[in-house]
Design a protein around this ligand. Structure first.
Ligand SMILES: Nc1ncnc2c1ncn2[C@@H]1O[C@H](COP(=O)(O)OP(=O)(O)OP(=O)(O)O)[C@@H](O)[C@H]1O
Ligand SMILES: [Mg+2]
Length: 370
């Protein structure tokens, strides 16, 4: 799968832009703040229906404008698809070939994309919520049953917590309603937990292989899925927590409390890993994500690499580039403020290669050949 062309109107620092890409490697270069990440984000938005930078639709509209429109021409198995994402300040519209979805989430997984960013190591340092979000995004793209269960779970946890809150305000609890919420949470939670377990087990060997290929040392790595939901007596644990739930006005047991432990040589990467090792850990994880998505969706994802050479030593950069060249068969977008570094790595590449020079929201295709 690849994106052939993009057209943007009032998207962040791009008042108006039309660009055609290489089916293979595209390099965006430019100074800090010129708009490299914004362009990667526009592509990501068309694939995943939202920004990877957690911007709201409103924040994506160019300052002092009333709307944005992003349009991408995608190719998949010799068919063309026109994906359009518009926001007019109130309403979001997301269409493929002008047809809207019943629910926008139906788009997820059809045009998979993966982004590597300098913030990826936050995944290690931040709380469990960020790790759950990462794996949720991955497994949702890989499997619609997972996504549906997650949407249901998120809906019912909100409803249940609202009911618990009402109880604390003196409203008599509707037990039938509460039982219905419990039933739905237990059911969708069990699907999510068993799929988290299943997909992590598929991801793990790929991740470990990539880590070994990327690291000149021989650290042992693993990821452990921590959940109480798969325990045989979880239903009892969940029900037993009811009085605590009432006091705290929220649901205390369930997959929204799960975590994924990142481990290097038997220790938590967060405490034990150096900056370079942490970075290598998340890059290996993202590349494993690429492989898993390719296998599960049958589509080759688009890989977006934003400024990723930062904090890696030359040896690791070289290993990363050769790994990407070897394993990434699909379309690739790379942004780098230092073209001397990324450009030279593609010198020997025989694939079609395009470089774009970005300057304050203006983009020029460069004639420079490395
Ligand atoms: N809604 C918006 N309207 C106008 N400009 C915006 C909007 N949102 C972000 N920008 C501008 O986009 C620019 C940042 O672009 P971006 O993050 O893509 O830069 P970059 O080339 O990736 O820089 P770096 O090398 O530092 O990562 C900033 O100058 C910011 O002011
Ligand atoms: Mg950037």
């Amino acid at each position: 799968m690849y994106i052939e062309k993009i057209s943007l109107l009032n998207f962040k620092n791009y008042p108006e832009l039309e660009l055609s890409f290489s089916e293979h490697i595209n390099l965006f270069v430019g100074l800090n703040g010129s708009g490299k990440t914004n362009l990667l984000d526009a592509i990501y938005c068309l694939c995943l229906t939202k920004s990877f930078l957690a911007f709201t639709d409103q924040q994506m509209i160019t300052t002092n404008q009333a709307y944005f429109s992003a349009l991408g021409w995608f190719h998949e198995k010799s068919k063309e698809f026109k994906i359009q994402y518009d926001f007019d300040g109130k309403k979001k519209s997301f269409t493929v070939d002008k047809k809207p979805y019943t629910r926008i989430s139906e788009h997820i997984g059809k045009f998979p994309a993966i982004v590597l960013t300098p913030h990826d190591t936050d995944l290690i340092r931040n709380g469990a919520e960020d790790r759950r979000r990462f794996f949720d995004t991955l497994f949702s793209q890989a499997d619609h049953v997972y996504l549906e269960a997650l949407i249901r779970y998120t809906h019912f946890i909100k409803q249940r917590n609202a009911l618990l809150k009402q109880a604390s305000e003196g409203v008599l609890i509707d037990r039938i309603l509460m039982d219905a919420y419990d039933h739905n949470l237990l059911q969708s939670g069990a699907i999510i937990a068993s799929k988290r377990n299943e997909y992590l087990n598929r991801l793990l060997p790929i991740f470990q292989e990539y880590y070994t290929l990327l690291s000149p040392d021989h650290e042992r790595t693993t990821i452990e899925y921590e959940t109480k939901v798969l325990a045989p007596d979880f239903e009892k644990t969940f029900k037993d927590s009811y009085s605590k739930d009432l006091i705290l006005q929220r649901t205390n047991k369930g997959i929204h409390k799960d975590d994924f432990k990142f481990i290097i040589n038997g220790e938590a990467v967060k405490q034990y890993g150096s900056q370079g090792q942490q970075k290598t850990f998340v890059i290996a994880l993202k590349l494993a994500q690429y492989e898993l998505l390719k296998a599960c969706t049958g589509h080759t994802p688009i890989l977006l690499m934003d400024d990723i050479f930062d904090k890696l030593d030359d040896q690791r950069i070289e290993k990363l580039i050769s790994l990407v060249q070897k394993y990434v068969k699909g379309q690739l977008f790379i942004s780098d403020a230092r073209p001397d570094r990324s450009g030279t790595f593609f010198q020997s590449n025989t694939k079609e290669f395009r470089m774009f020079i970005i300057d304050q929201g203006k983009v020029k295709q460069s004639d420079i050949r490395f």
